[in-house]
Unconditional design. Sequence first.
Length: 276
Amino acid sequence: MKLGELRLGWQSHLLACRFGAEIGEHDDCIVLRTPDNPTYYWGNCLLLPAAPRDEDVAHWLARFDEEIASKQAASTHRAFGINVAALADPLPSWRAAGIDEFDEMAVLMLEPASLAAQPAVRDTPGLVLRALALPDELELAVEAQVVARDESFAAEGWRVFRRSTMQRMAAMQDAGIANWFGAMVGDVLAANCGLVHDGRLGRFQFVETQPAWRRRGLCRALVHHVCRHAFGTLGLRRLVMCADPHDVASGIYRSLGFVQVDSHWCLQRRSRPDRR
């Protein structure tokens, strides 16, 4: 499988993984491995060119072991990105083998002319939207991300994963191909997200709001701010956001002008500390 065969969602995903990652083209798949962040599921995964067959689960588990788990013991998860828009087979053998999370991801795209008007924010005096100064504010971002995480993930493991990710983002920011942005209220980082780009295409990363600050419009305002920066300052042509099509966040992005242009699938088994 060649990198050029990847759909837009996976192409833009690789923008965020290129620092510190090993990306290998193989006949049957693309291998993405990140030795300095082995617990990042989607930085350590196999990208499959077509929908897998139910009877092939043993083959793909063995391939994951061969390409990733055997080389870094901390990668105890299993993650398979599927480079197709639809899965027709329910894959019962995969589920029986513990690959029990099947997530469809909507690929949403925005072009400059489609960006909606600046949204309003409720009940948040003193709000400042700005780029974070990395690495100086790295730990501020990490702790905000731990608070905002899905609580089914263990806090300490999430902290390790996010710290390594933010260190990579700091290096990418230093290289001029990424920024991390925050919605600051005083000294509190109420919401944050990243943007990586190649000079033309940009991809959002980890858009999230701390629970105590939700339902005020902070996420919408922050994403809008980043879009304006991307189009006006960076001169990007397209922005991509990948999200669960059934989640409320997808509706927020659509309200800003994003439209769905594709979809792909993510199949995973969590590591033991995250199976709660």
